[in-house]
Design a protein around this ligand. Structure first.
Ligand code: NAP
Length: 553
C-alpha cells in the first residue's frame, strides 16, 4: 500500500477481545504493520472483565472457540459444555500465545479519539497515555457489551460498604459468607450471579424491575472421550453453525406451529426444556418470534414451569414477565436461579411496588424501608453495541462525529463500514451479523471479510475505501425492515437499543441495532458484495477525490 506518508501503523485495531485477537492474527499473517490498542491491562475483553461468580458461556463451548486453526481445535480441551470465565480467559490467552500475538498488543492504553485527518489522509489516534499514533486504517473491535452502565440513583457514592458493577467484579477472591448482599437487576448477568451465590452468602436481596423469561442451561462436564468425539465432529459442527440463523448447532423446528397439535407442541417443549443451552429458544417453532398467539402459548408454558419450580406462589408470579413474551429479548440461561428463591436467605423485592429511592451509607432505601448491606452488586447492564463507539471521539470527513451520526439510530453498510468515515472498519459493528449470533461465529465472518477487503485493496494498490451513502441507506433500510416482522421490536432491551440509564434513550423508541436475517443470509450478502468488486464501496487512490476512481454501488 501507499508508502509516501510516514505512518506509525498501516492498521490500528482497537480492542483485544475475541474479535481483536483474531483480527491481529489475520493482519500478522498478511505481513501488515499493525497493532492492537487495549484499554485493559491484558487481553480478553468481555472475558477479562466479567469475573462475577457464575459467569460462563451460554453457547456450547466448542461452538464458541475459534474455528480458523485445526491445530488449535486439536489442542484445546473444553472442560464443560458451557465453560466458565476463568477457562474462557485461559483459552484466549492460549490462542494469543500459540500464535505469538501478544507482541502486537499494547495494554493500558485507552483510545480517546480517532480523527480522520483530511489533509494528510490518515487516522490520528489519541491515547489516554498522551500518545498520538497514525494509521491508514482503523479497525474497531470494541465488543457489543463492553460499556457498563450504572443506575441513575442518588447516593451511589455514599455507600460505605463494598459495591461494584458486575463488569468490574474484583479480580481477587471475594468472601461472601455471612455477607448481606444486594443485587440490582435481573438480566442474564444477575441471573448467573444469583444462581451461583445464593447458597454462599449470608443474605441475598434481589431488586427486580422487570423479570426475564429464563430456562435451564443444563450444563455438564466434557469428558476426554466426549472431547475426542467433538474433535472428530468439528467440521460438521462448524458447517451446522454456518447453516443456522443463530450460528449455533440449534436448528429451528421446521414444522409449522399451527400444523401440529397442542400435544405435539408440548411434547417438543418438554424435551427442549431439558436440553442444554439455547435449544429452548432456537430449536423452537419459528412462529415464536413472529406470531403473538404462538408466542403467548409458549410463554404460558414457560410460566407454568416457573410456577412449578418456585414454591411461594406470590414470588413465582413476580418472576413471570408480563410485559413481553418469551424470546423477544435475549433469553438468560440459568442454573438454580429459580430455586434460589426457595431459600430462606434469598429475598425478592419488586421495585415496581416499592421503588428504589436512593443508596444510603448503609444500604438501599426503597419507598417502603431501609435495607442494610455489606455488598451492593450492580447487575444493571450495558450501553450495548453503540455505547463503546460513543465513548471514543470518532470523527470522519468534515468533522462529522460517529456519535452524532448514530444518535437517533446507527446507520452502516453491512454493519462493517460507515459512509463519511474512510478506512474505518468494524468486524462486529451495529447491524452486522455478529450482533445477533453466536458471537465468535459472527466475528470470524466479519474479520475474514474485512481482511479480504484489505487484501483486495493491497493487490490493486487502492488506498481508501468508504461505503457510499446509497449503499449505507439501503443496508440500514433492510435492517429496519426486518424488525417489522419480529416481535422483538415491541420489547425494551438492548436488541432495540434501549437502556434506561443512558441519555437519549427513550422507552418505546426502537434503535435498529442488530441484523435479524440470520447467519446464512448475512454471509451470502457480504460474499456477494465482495464477489461484485465490493459493490457499495467507493475506492480511491486519494481520499480527497473519492469520485474519480472506481465508483461502485
Ligand atoms: P441486561 O440484560 O441489560 O440487564 C440489566 C438488568 O438491570 C435488568 O434487569 C434491568 O431492568 C436492570 N436495571 C437496569 N437499570 C436499572 C435501574 N436503574 N434500576 C433497577 N434496575 C435496573 O444486562 P446483563 O444482565 O448484563 O446482560 C446483558 C447481555 O449480556 C445479555 O443480554 C447477554 O447478551 C450478555 N450476557 C451473556 C452471558 C453469556 O453468554 N453467558 C451472560 C451474561 C450476559 P429492566 O429489564 O427493567 O431494564
Amino acid at each position: 500500500m501507499k508508502t509516501d506518508i510516514d505512518l506509525d501503523y498501516e492498521v490500528i485495531v482497537v480492542g483485544a477481545g475475541v474479535a481483536g485477537i483474531y483480527q491481529i492474527k489475520r493482519l500478522k499473517d498478511m505481513g501488515i504493520t499493525a497493532t492492537v490498542l487495549e484499554a485493559d491491562p491484558d487481553l480478553g475483553g468481555t472475558w477479562y472483565n466479567n469475573r462475577y461468580p457464575g459467569a460462563r458461556f451460554d453457547s456450547e463451548s466448542y461452538t464458541y472457540g475459534y474455528s480458523f486453526s485445526q491445530e488449535l481445535l486439536d489442542e484445546w480441551h473444553w472442560k464443560e459444555m458451557f465453560s466458565a470465565q476463568p477457562e474462557n480467559l485461559e483459552y484466549l490467552n492460549f490462542v494469543a500465545d500459540k500464535f505469538d500475538l501478544r507482541q502486537h498488543m499494547q495494554f493500558n492504553c485507552r483510545v480517546q479519539s480517532t480523527i480522520f485527518d483530511e489533509d494528510r489522509q490518515v487516522w490520528n489516534v489519541t491515547l489516554s497515555d498522551g500518545r498520538e499514533l497514525t494509521s491508514r486504517f482503523v479497525v474497531l473491535a470494541l465488543g457489543l457489551l463492553s460499556q457498563p452502565t450504572m443506575p441513575r440513583m442518588e447516593g451511589v457514592e455514599d455507600f460505605k460498604g463494598r459495591s461494584w458493577h458486575t463488569h468490574g467484579w474484583p479480580h481477587e477472591h471475594v468472601d461472601l459468607s455471612d455477607q448481606r448482599v444486594a443485587v440490582i437487576g435481573t438480566g442474564a448477568t444477575a441471573i448467573q450471579v444469583i444462581g451461583e451465590i445464593a447458597d454462599k452468602v449470608g443474605e441475598l436481596t434481589v431488586f427486580q424491575r422487570r423479570p426475564n423469561w429464563v430456562a435451564p442451561l443444563n450444563n455438564s462436564e466434557i469428558s476426554a472421550e466426549q472431547m475426542t468425539e467433538i474433535r472428530e465432529r468439528y467440521d460438521e459442527i462448524f458447517e451446522t453453525c454456518a447453516r443456522t440463523p443463530g450460528g449455533f448447532e440449534h436448528e429451528p423446528d421446521r414444522r409449522g406451529f399451527y400444523e401440529v397439535t397442542p400435544e405435539e407442541r408440548y411434547e417438543l417443549w418438554d424435551r427442549l426444556y431439558d436440553e442444554p443451552g439455547f435449544s429452548i429458544w432456537l430449536r423452537n417453532f419459528r412462529e415464536i418470534f413472529t406470531d403473538e398467539e404462538a408466542n403467548a402459548e409458549f410463554s404460558e408454558y414457560v410460566a407454568q414451569r416457573i410456577r412449578g419450580r418456585v414454591h411461594d406462589p406470590v414470588v413465582a408470579e413476580k418472576l413471570v414477565p408480563k410485559d413481553h413474551g418469551f424470546g423477544v429479548q435475549r433469553v438468560p440461561m440459568e442454573t438454580g436461579y429459580l430455586e434460589a428463591y426457595n431459600r430462606e436467605n434469598v429475598h425478592l423485592v419488586d421495585i415496581n411496588e416499592t421503588p428504589l429511592e436512593r443508596v444510603t451509607e448503609t444500604g438501599i432505601r426503597t419507598t417502603e424501608r431501609d435495607y442494610d448491606f455489606d455488598i451492593i452488586v450492580y447487575a444493571t447492564g450495558f450501553d450495548a453495541i453503540t455505547g463503546s463507539f460513543d465513548h471514543i471521539d470518532i470523527r470522519g470527513r468534515d468533522g462529522l462525529t460517529l456519535r452524532e451520526k448514530w444518535f437517533d439510530n446507527p446507520s452502516t453498510f453491512l454493519g462493517m463500514l460507515v459512509s463519511g468515515f474512510p478506512n474505518l472498519l468494524m468486524p462486529s459493528g451495529p447491524q452486522s451479523g455478529s450482533a445477533s449470533t453466536n458471537y465468535p461465529r459472527g466475528i470470524e465472518n466479519g474479520v475474514n471479510w474485512c481482511t479480504d477487503l484489505l487484501e483486495y485493496m493491497r493487490s490493486r494498490d487502492l488506498q481508501y475505501a468508504e461505503a457510499t451513502e446509497g449503499a449505507e441507506e439501503r443496508w440500514t433500510g433492510h435492517v429496519v425492515k426486518m424488525y417489522s416482522v419480529m416481535l422483538m421490536r415491541k420489547a425494551q432491551s438492548w436488541f432495540t437499543g434501549y437502556n434506561s440509564n443512558v441519555d437519549g434513550h427513550e422507552a418505546g423508541k426502537v434503535r435498529y441495532m442488530v441484523y435479524n436475517g440470520g447467519t446464512p443470509k448475512y454471509v451470502a450478502t457480504i460474499n456477494d458484495v465482495a464477489a461484485n468488486n465490493y459493490e457499495g464501496i467507493r475506492f480511491s487512490l486519494d481520499s480527497k477525490v473519492p469520485q474519480d476512481v472506481m465508483a461502485a454501488g
